[in-house]
Every structure is written in C-alpha cells, then in structure tokens.
Write a new protein. Structure first.
Length: 275
C-alpha cells in the first residue's frame, strides 16, 4: 500500500515538474515573441529573397534545360517543382539558425541583458526550449512566405500536408537548437560569420535542395546524408509530390533525435554559461 502511494506521488511529482518546465519555456519564448510580433513582416520577408533568387535562377533559368527522367525523377513535371520543397527547407534553416544566433549574440555582446536571463530561477532546459521555440517561430514565418509562393506557382496543396508541416517544424527546431548553441559559444559577430560560411552555406548547396541524392555515387551520398537539411529536403519533397508509399519515414526520427540531442547540449551550455 505504501509503495503504491509513493508511486502515485512520484508520478504526480514528475507531472508537476514537466508542467513547470513547459511553463518556464513558454515564459522565455514570450519574452522573444514580444519583440518578434512588432516585426512580423520584416522577419517573414528577411529570408524570402534568397529562395526567390534560387527559384528564378535555377528553377526557371537552369531548370528549363533539365528534363524529368534524366537528372531528376520522372515523378516531377519540371525542375522548378523539384526544388520548391528544398527552398522551403532552405529558408527555414537560414532564418531559424541566423535569427536565433543573432538574437542571443545581441543580448550577450551588445545590450548586456543576457546575464539577467541566466540569473532567473529557471531550469537550463527551459531556457534552451524557450529560445528554440522562438527560433522555430522565426523559421515558420519566413518559410511560410516561401510556402505561399510555392502553392501559387504549383497549385499543389500537398505543401500543407501534415507530414510536410511536421518535417518543416522539426527542421526549424534542429537549426534553432544549433543557433542557440552557436549564440552561446561565439565571442563576436565575426565568429558567427565563420559558422555561417563553413556550416550553413555549404549545407545550403549540399543538403539535397538542388539535386537528388540517389543520383550521387555511394561515397558522396554518405557525405550528403550527414547533413540534417538532406533529411528535411528529401522528406518535404516526397510529402509534396510523391505517394505516401515512397515517403522516407526515417527522416522524421532522424530530425527528432538531432533536435533532442541539440536541446540537451544547449541545456548543458546554459547550465555552465558565464557572461
């Protein structure tokens, strides 16, 4: 009887801890949202230019010389239809990472308000999740603009398929989590540029946004599938254009595991952060 009571009490305690963690995460997110909500149009448009340039240059320009069944699968009507899901993945990656990184860097290096955040009696994991959630919202704002362009061009409502939206959120979570870690690690904005040049830009072109990884030699496929963006791009492309039987289901747990790992890493960084 006593053991049953202790078990019930333990479950209640765990539930209470989870509720506190969730409430604290939403509190951190709300602080960022108060800043974001007055700049919704700016945030939504900030990552739209690069995807539009890629759509015009590659989708409409170079894409006219690429026929389905040769460089890309015959499941697509044209190259533009092939790259549009990748553009959604690309925009969500860029803004989730960049917006989160610069937000934290601004608080740490310029306004010097980050110390106040570290002094709050909040679990480090809640700090990480709150900042990640803000990064996810940034990414969804921008990728939503690209998504609207894709629907207008293709009239393909599968861009709003639940699997498509799930993968998009996971992709935002992965790169927002990475952005938190980089934002906590760098000591200057120049260092952010290094991460952008050596991580984000290479991944933009090697993350299966412009090509089908299955057409590459095995050794190069191994390299390409080391990037989280590859799983997002191939999954989004399949969700938008292919039958459910051809959907790469492994992309969901891979992105989820990466997001969880980055969350725990970020929480550890918060726990030992000294500014």
């Amino acid at each position: 009887m006593a053991s049953q009571k202790s078990l019930i009490w333990g479950k209640k305690f765990k539930t209470s801890q989870l509720q506190i963690l969730l409430a604290d995460s939403l509190t951190i997110f709300w602080g960022d949202w108060l800043d974001l909500r007055v700049r919704i149009a700016q945030v939504a448009a900030s990552g739209l230019i690069s995807p539009l340039i890629y759509i015009l240059a590659f989708g409409l320009g170079l894409g006219s010389s690429i026929s389905p069944g040769s460089a890309i699968s015959g499941n697509y009507n044209n190259y533009l239809e092939f790259i549009l899901p990748g553009m959604v993945a690309l925009s969500s990656m860029t803004i989730s990472f960049g917006g989160t990184t610069f937000s934290i860097c601004g608080d740490r290096l310029f306004t010097k308000t980050f110390e106040e955040l570290l002094l709050t009696p909040i679990h480090p994991l809640a700090l990480q999740l709150g900042k990640m959630l803000a990064g996810v919202v940034r990414g969804l704002m921008t990728s939503g603009s690209v998504l609207l362009v894709a629907i207008i061009i293709t009239r393909n409502w599968n861009f709003l398929h639940p699997l498509f939206l799930l993968l998009l959120i996971l992709n935002c979570a992965v790169f927002a989590g990475l952005g938190v870690i980089v934002g906590l690690s760098v000591r200057s904005l120049e260092s952010v540029g290094l991460y952008n040049n050596f991580v984000i830009i290479p991944m933009s072109f090697l993350g299966a946004t412009f090509f089908d990884p299955s057409t590459l030699p095995t050794a190069f496929q191994f390299v390409v599938y080391l990037f989280p963006l590859t799983y997002a791009s191939t999954g989004l492309r399949a969700a938008a254009n292919l039958p459910l039987s051809q959907f790469p289901w492994y992309s969901i747990p891979v992105l989820l595991v990466i997001a969880i790992a980055l969350s725990l890493w970020g929480a550890a960084k918060f726990a030992h952060q000294q500014d």
